[in-house]
Design a protein around this ligand. Structure first.
Ligand code: S3P
Length: 418
């Protein structure tokens, strides 16, 4: 994909549904009594991976108009489930399978096969599931059933690990209590509650008791992680704005909006409402004179997937932006510290990698170049945003990776630049 520089961006976009929420709505629908109706499921390869795996496990899925209706079928044991590129699919479904009296093997693409899986295997074994990994990676085989409730302190701040344990805990003998080092996205907690689970949360811990769920109706709001690319484009380009309609604004996810505001952009919220326990709003982001910020471990979970595009904004901000406590970036679809530092350096940015983050000195003018995306959807989209204010042409390799979360990304970007 070739991106040419533009003077400004302006307009309204309604980004596809939130990937995190969609995965959960489909998985928990497959566990529930009755039917779960899910609207606004993104046409994204990761969510398609979840649906295919659920169908292989026996879930009954119908598409009616724009909605997906899912219900429990007869669980099938002995399946090999291909999670594709999707960490959320393999980690959350591992928890679901662990709670059932079935066996399943998970595989994935070359990126997913390099990502750590002991983080879910450990707690699921502690609950009584039999889990074998391949030296900590895929393929992994899980034999579920007969679980006991546990008390567990998460070793990494990960909503995927937390959710896997909670999904398994629904079918344990007693309650499970989890502690997180730093609060992470709470979509699972909200949806479990909306579906009738007995879940309580204190400032330090989440307790979930075994029980059944009932299917409900889930309206998936726009994905703030997709909206973030346009938000950064509007923040960085002079006289720009973007209105992001019907975007999920769960406070465990809005770190990018807070960061852009702290940097000097203007962020406003209109039409705030709630859908299936999730806050939603029309969000407008307007450009400003950007200044550097510091992001540390406590702030990272609320913008973990937005750090690549935040690095792009930092190249246009006055001062030194420091991101620390973000070592988890090395375990995403690519080593995102390495891929973002490499790509932005090729554009002429002044950016250095740190073991657990990066440092950007700005502002620097960028000059178009050919950029590897490493097949990572969020790197490809972040580089497209950088290309809007780099002089000359920016060519993004393996840009088809946007299919993972946002197939229409380049079309929507174009509507803002006309
Ligand atoms: C996700 C949690 C995060 C995030 C990922 C989606 C989720 O991963 O990076 O894109 O839906 O729970 P971790 O739990 O590994 O931090």
């Amino acid at each position: 994909m070739i991106v040419e520089p533009v003077q400004r961006v302006a307009g309204t976009v309604r980004v596809p549904g939130d990937k995190s929420i969609a995965h959960r709505a489909l998985m928990l629908g497959a566990l529930a009594d009755g039917e779960q109706t899910v609207r606004g499921v993104p046409d994204a390869a990761d969510v398609a991976s979840t649906l295919t795996c659920l169908q292989a496990l026996g879930a009954e899925v119908r598409t009616v108009g724009g909605e997906i209706r899912i219900r429990r079928g007869t669980w099938r044991s002995g399946q090999t489930l291909d999670a594709g590129n999707s960490g959320t699919t393999v980690r959350l479904l591992s928890g679901l399978v662990a709670g059932l009296s079935i066996q399943a093997t998970f595989t994935g693409d070359s990126s997913l096969s390099q990502r750590p899986m002991e983080r879910i295997a450990g707690p699921l074994r502690k609950m009584g599931a039999s889990v074998s990994t391949t030296e900590g990676h895929l393929p992994i085989t899980i034999e579920g059933g007969g679980l006991k409730g546990i008390r567990y302190r998460l070793l990494v701040a990960s909503a995927q690990v937390k959710s896997a344990i909670m999904f398994a805990a629904l079918n344990a003998d007693t309650e499970t209590t989890l502690q997180e080092p730093v609060a992470t996205r709470d979509h699972s907690e909200r949806m479990l509650r909306a579906m009738g689970a007995d879940l309580t949360r204190s400032s330090h811990a989440i307790t979930i008791r075994p029980g059944t769920l009932r299917g409900t109706e889930v309206d998936v709001p726009g994905d703030i992680s997709s909206a973030a690319f346009f938000a950064v484009a509007a923040a960085c380009l002079r006289d720009s704005y973007v209105r992001l309609e019907h975007t999920g604004v769960n406070p465990t996810r809005t770190g990018i909006l807070e960061a852009l505001e702290a940097m000097g952009a203007t962020v406003t919220f209109e039409n705030k409402t709630e859908r299936a326990g999730e806050p939603v709003a029309d969000v407008t982001v307007r450009s400003g004179e950007l200044r550097a910020i510091e992001i540390d471990a406590t702030a990272v979970p609320a913008l973990i997937d937005e750090l690549p595009v935040l690095a792009v904004a930092a190249t246009q901000a006055r001062g030194t932006t420091v991101v620390s406590g973000a070592g988890e970036l090395r375990h995403k679809e690519s080593d995102r510290i390495a891929t973002i530092v490499d790509a932005l350096s090729r554009l002429g940015a002044n950016i250095e990698a740190r073991e657990d983050g990066f440092v950007v000195h700005g502002p620097t003018p960028l000059a178009g170049a050919t950029l590897p995306s490493g097949g990572d959807h969020r790197i490809a989209m972040a580089m497209a945003v950088a290309g809007l204010f780099a002089s000359g042409r920016t060519a993004i390799e393996e840009s088809a990776a946007v299919q993972i979360s946002y197939p229409g990304f380049f079309d929507d970007l174009q509507t803002l630049t006309r």
